[in-house]
Design a protein around this ligand. Structure first.
Ligand SMILES: Cc1ncc(COP(=O)(O)O)c(C=O)c1O
Length: 382
């Protein structure tokens, strides 16, 4: 039979039309950041748009990926179980309390799939990382958006008050994407005391390793006390393995079992698992990346503040700076200068998100910034 070849774009457009007709979302907001671009389109550009680690994985991890080539014909069941055990040991929990995802995105998706059935809603900040809300739409679960505070932080008391018996999931991104701001240990404890036990608390700690504030605590500390808590982590950020697609979640045994039912079976590759296992051991590389990136974050913050700009108090590998006018044309202006920056966030339309790259990349961003933001006025050249 002759197969009709559709390009990926035609296929997506067709599906989009069908989905729109069915009342489903045609596209995920956070995936629309020029994600479909072919690699060649990005060649030579400075990529400060997806909060990736510009230093990538360490040499030992790269060697492990190469070695995994010899196992490419096998399903990696044994290695999968080993990684699960190693993550469990790291967090001092039983392996059945750990779930591996195809990136932490899959963890967020299966949490929605497991806990948003029926007439449930999802409570989340605005703005925050959108995946949980995107997948909630697929589940037909209503979003309850709680604006950030004036200092661009989660408003946890209001978020807790919004949780009712109808709330399947409350999502907290700590540090928050796109602002980089954190919720403190004290705020988190009060929040945990207030959220109904029938609501799943999903704490997304994708940027955990970049935090250096003494007021921060990882929600993993509460795992043994709160059966309605799931903590998501990823290998995509400080470990420099975004392309390998590995993340994980930790929670109560029964909660994780319910989420596991929603997973794609055999959802991780040999190369990804091999990389993650060595990356966990290579904490020197983690420390090196954290120190370089946080150093550059401090440098950029100082430069931007030196120009009189408002900058978010970021504890992640990105920050936001207020451009004073709609960032849509400004993003295009950076692109003309060979620099990709984050997308526009509709609830913070004048704030630009920029990923911390290498020191050289970040200096190039700042040089371009000075040309675009001249002394408080945004002077975008025609
Ligand atoms: C807060 C947050 N959570 C989760 C993810 C998903 O990451 P991954 O699926 O690569 O683990 C991202 C990606 O940028 C993110 O910013």
């Amino acid at each position: 039979m002759r197969r009709v070849a559709l390009t990926r774009r035609e296929f997506a457009l067709g599906l989009g039309a069908a989905a729109a007709a069915a009342g489903a979302p045609a596209a995920f907001a956070w995936r629309s950041e020029d994600q479909g671009a072919a690699p060649a389109k990005h060649a030579g550009l400075i990529r400060l748009n997806f909060n990736e680690n510009p230093y990538g994985p360490g040499a030992k991890v790269a060697a492990a990926m190469t070695r995994s080539e010899g196992e490419a014909m096998r399903y990696p069941d044994a290695e999968y179980a080993e990684l699960q055990k190693e993550i469990a040991a790291l967090h001092k929990v039983a392996p059945e309390r750990v779930i591996l995802g195809f990136g932490s995105t899959e963890i967020l998706r299966v949490a929605d799939a497991a806990f948003l059935g029926g007439d449930k809603n999802v409570v989340a900040a605005a703005p925050t990382f959108e995946a949980v809300l995107d997948y909630a739409r697929v589940m037909r679960a209503a979003p309850v958006r709680v604006p950030l505070t004036l200092d661009a932080r989660h408003d946890l008391p209001v978020m807790a008050a919004q949780c009712s018996s109808k709330t399947g999931v409350v999502y907290v991104c700590n540090p928050n994407n796109p602002t980089g701001t954190i919720v403190t240990r004290k705020e988190m404890q009060q929040f945990f005391d207030q959220v109904p036990k029938t609501t799943m608390i999903l704490m997304d700690e994708a940027y955990h390793h970049f935090v250096d504030s003494p007021n921060y605590a990882s929600a993993t500390e509460w795992l043994d006390k709160l059966p309605n808590l799931v903590v998501a982590r990823t290998f995509s950020k400080v470990y420099g393995l975004a392309g390998m697609r590995i993340g994980y979640g930790i929670g109560d045994k029964d909660v994780i079992a319910a989420m596991r039912e929603q997973l794609l079976q055999d959802n991780n590759s040999s190369a990804g698992i091999a990389a993650a296992r060595v990356a966990l051991q290579d904490q020197a590389h983690v420390a090196e990346c954290r120190s370089r990136i946080n150093g550059t974050r401090a440098w950029l913050t100082k430069q931007l503040k030196g120009l009189g700009c408002k900058v978010t108090d970021s504890q992640a590998n990105f920050l936001m700076v207020d451009m004073g006018s709609d960032v849509g044309p400004i993003i295009a202006e950076f692109r003309k200068r060979g620099i990709l920056v984050g997308r526009k966030f509709p609830s913070m339309p004048t704030w630009l998100r920029v990923t911390i790259g290498t020191q050289e990349e970040t200096a190039a961003f700042f040089a371009a910034f000075r040309g675009i933001y001249c002394g408080g006025n945004v002077c975008v050249a025609a």
